[in-house]
Design a protein. Structure first.
Length: 204
């Protein structure tokens, strides 16, 4: 959840009255600010580029560029933010597909105002969790690329459950060499234990 400020929302729907209704529901709450409205997918892309909202609320079945196409467009442009799709009964399957492709949540019409608020909060929470996981993966990857080929071999064998003596036989090296590589591996990966090393490797 965005803390200490109103959540900036972009509303995209081809029906003016629906957009106005969403704006009213959100702004009467006090913690949301509708920073823009879009009537088409193209407008939604342009406004997302320029306004950089915290979250987009969008009708998945808009004419022209629909929700899935807009989602792909934003991903292609490296615009990373949560989307809550509004869907009619017939578009639920499309919304599920959008969630699998990265959208955070969807609401099926008709919905209550509490469902709208909760959906936005949930979208922001999930987005924050996703960003934390991604940063963690990036940190692990930065450590991993510092490993030598030999250290990566030792890591693979550790993940296979091999002991130092078994690694030495398989790699045709001395146990001392394996121990040295293992020590450097632990240091470079900043792992305090084998269990932590395995967890880091599984993060990649």
């Amino acid at each position: 959840m965005v803390s200490g400020k109103e959540v900036r929302v972009l509303v995209a729907d081809d029906h003016t009255m629906f957009r106005e209704g969403i704006r009213l529901l959100l702004e009467t709450r006090g913690e949301f600010e509708v920073v823009g409205e879009a009537a088409t997918g193209d407008e939604a892309v342009e406004l997302t580029r320029s306004l950089r909202p915290d979250v987009v609320i969008m009708d998945i079945g808009m004419p022209g560029m629909n929700g899935l196409e807009l989602q792909r467009k934003l991903v292609d442009e490296k615009i990373d933010l949560p989307i809550v799709f509004i869907t009619g009964h017939g578009n639920v399957q499309m919304a599920v597909g959008a969630m699998q492709a990265g959208a955070v949540n969807f609401l099926e019409k008709p919905f209550h105002e509490q469902e709208l608020w909760d959906s936005i909060r949930k979208a922001l929470e999930l987005d924050e969790q996703y960003r934390r996981r991604r940063k963690r993966r990036q940190r692990v990857e930065e450590r991993f690329i510092r490993l030598t080929r030999g250290e990566r071999q030792v890591l693979d064998l550790i993940l296979d459950g091999k002991y130092n003596k078994e690694m030495a036989v398989e790699l045709e090296l001395s146990v001392r060499t394996i121990e040295d590589r293992r020590s450097r591996l632990m240091q470079k990966m900043e792992a305090g234990s084998v269990a932590e090393l395995v967890q880091l490797a599984m993060t990649r």
